[in-house]
Design a protein around this ligand. Sequence first.
Ligand SMILES: N[C@H](CCC[C@H](N)C(=O)O)C(=O)O
Length: 280
Amino acid sequence: MRFTKMQGLGNDYVYLNCTGGLPDNLPELAVRLSDRHFGVGADGLICICPSERADFGMRIFNADGSEGAMCGNGIRCLGKYVYDKGLTRKTSLLTVETASGVRYLELFLRDGLVQSVLVDMGRPELSPPVKLMAAGRTWQAVPVSVGNPHAVVFCGGVDALNLAELGPALERHPAFPDRVNVEFAQSDDRGGLKVRVWERGSGETLACGTGACAALTAAARAGLVSRHTTVHLPGGELEVRWAEENGHLYMTGPAVTVFEGEISLENENYRCVREKNAVQ
Ligand SMILES: N[C@H](CCC[C@H](N)C(=O)O)C(=O)O
């Protein structure tokens, strides 16, 4: 199976061109391809699909096989994929249908290849703050939907947090029946926003596009930052603007092709090793 490996700020996905049809059992395929020992290695799988409502469709699966409704870093790379591979000649108002609606992309080129992408992420939905017990203490979180669910926690010393313990406890908190992506955010002394993300279905990632948008929304609503702010993630920076005029979020950031590859899928030994480990 041929694939393309791409990343946005280190949030990396395996891309399959499915404009001619989708493979069977996408959740299992996502697990196999995402495995960093037995597969390609990625935060998940993204399929480029045909669409009747837009120029292309996008389906995104996390590393555990669960399907996401939207992916900010992933959709920027999809824009790069379809332009660089000649599947479109559009560089503005490129439309992509996702499970959370149609998104609009602007592609920015250098030397004929896409370098960065602006995405209209639509309108966020904020809910009142909730108090969550996790890892022996109470956390206040702001639920924000950007097409997918997020819980934004503001706290100091974000770098020192033990996300391996905190992340799963909040991701799977009973307050979120479909699980949730969790952002730990603090405003920095330059008016920016520093964010670490524990992603639903993938664990801590170097960046999360929808997470950066959710964190900006909650921080701007709380008056911590302006509505047009640089979000600093471990993998790099995203520019996010929550527009006054129409309430939409606009996210701008890089998109990178890492390598093209081909994987043989007949190798089943990974399954028994994983199942054996799971059993132990
Ligand atoms: N884990 C997310 C999907 C990937 C989102 C993230 N990679 C981004 O860049 O927005 C979810 O289950 O909703």
